[in-house]
Design a protein around this ligand. Structure first.
Ligand code: PMP
Length: 339
């Protein structure tokens, strides 16, 4: 195979990240349908205006069977996102949880990336049109390393020319489809320049987050991360990292972070469901620390990667076990007795 340049490698990784075609069965409003039949109408409201809300959730292999990481928190955020967009929910939290469990069990893929989405898929044009029924779909696909092969040794990130919109315009705490036009622009710009990820600033020029991750810095042994005033999504992994870091004895401070604080940090890392915990070794050509994952990042990663495998009893409450599908054992074919 010909040697790929850095840019080509990043482009190829971006192209192969999410193999949505690997989904087998997709849960659509109560029915598990074949992936090829999981369709919506081309005049659906969500497709035209981006008003839909979704989640990204991971299911891991543990010694007690497949376990979904912080499922309840993800479903709570999904429901909160739907409330912000005034989408009347046809399902309770318990029903959404059940749908996710069913999808995971039916696809029987571990580790998996689970994607529930609430959308209006019936023909309903007109921005203010709220009449279309709100539907739920859930898919489970094989999980990969989001930020490519350097995910655990350190990725390169570019400070994006595309800033986060202010929450007065688009509320960042809702995980809504439309928010990702911004992430898309920043993400492809960084990828075209050969970086694994983009770092977006808020409207005041403070560090906000990645295209699909929150960001942390370490300075003088203290852990810092931007707070909600920087128009970020309040990540489930972010909350987990904060708790793990504090349990390890580190001080964690949420505050506005300037670009120079980022560029001169001793350590930096991303956190997110798909990215998990990914050290950042370079930001826009500035090497962070010595270009390798630092001690604080490694301490937090050690606990995180153990707990998702069910090896940290202290955090067992974050793992939602899913019963595997019991496959029918084929019965031995009895031969008719010869006469
Ligand atoms: N910020 C953005 C913009 C995201 O899309 C995500 C991924 N959901 C995150 C942060 C991280 O959130 P979480 O840890 O809940 O996946």
């Amino acid at each position: 195979m010909p040697q790929l340049s850095g840019v080509e490698r990043v482009r190829r990784e971006i192209r192969t990240q999410m193999m949505a075609t690997d989904a087998k069965k997709i849960w659509m409003d109560g029915k598990l349908v074949d992936s090829a039949d999981a369709k919506v109408h081309v005049l659906g409201h969500t497709l035209h205006y981006g008003v839909g809300v979704f989640e990204g959730i991971r299911c891991y292999r543990t010694n007690r069977g497949p376990a979904i990481f912080r499922l309840e928190e993800h479903v709570k955020r999904l429901v909160a996102s739907a409330r912000i967009y005034r989408m009347p929910l046809p399902y309770s939290e318990a029903e959404i949880i059940r749908a996710i469990e069913e999808t995971q069990a039916a696809n029987d893929i571990v580790p998996s990336y689970i994607r529930p989405i609430l959308y209006r898929g019936e023909p309903a044009l007109g921005v203010k049109n709220q009449k279309g029924r709100v539907s739920l779909a859930v898919a489970a696909i094989p999980a990969k390393k989001y930020l490519g092969e350097n995910s655990e040794s350190g990725v390169r990130a570019k400070i994006s020319p595309f800033r986060k919109p202010h929450s007065d315009a688009i509320p960042s705490v809702a995980k809504a489809d439309g928010n990702y036009t911004n992430s898309y622009l920043a993400g492809i710009d960084a990828a075209e320049d050969g970086y694994e990820e983009a770092i977006l600033l808020d409207q005041n020029g403070y560090v906000a987050e990645g295209t699909g991750e929150n960001i942390f810095l370490v300075r003088n042994g203290t852990v810092y991360t931007p707070g909600p005033e920087s128009d970020i999504l309040l990540g489930v992994t972010r909350a987990s990292v904060i708790e793990i870091a504090r349990d390890l004895g580190y001080t964690v401070i949420e505050k506005l972070l300037s670009v120079s604080e980022l560029l001169t940090a001793e350590e930096a890392f991303f956190s997110g469901t798909y990215a998990e915990i990914a050290p950042i070794r370079e930001v826009s050509h500035y090497v962070i620390g010595n270009g390798k994952p630092g001690r604080v990042t490694r301490d937090i990663m050690d606990v995180f990667y153990k707990l998702i495998r069910g090896e940290e009893p202290k955090y067992a409450r974050w793992l939602h076990l899913v019963a595997p599908v019991v496959k029918a054992v084929p019965r031995p074919v009895r031969r008719a007795a010869s006469t």
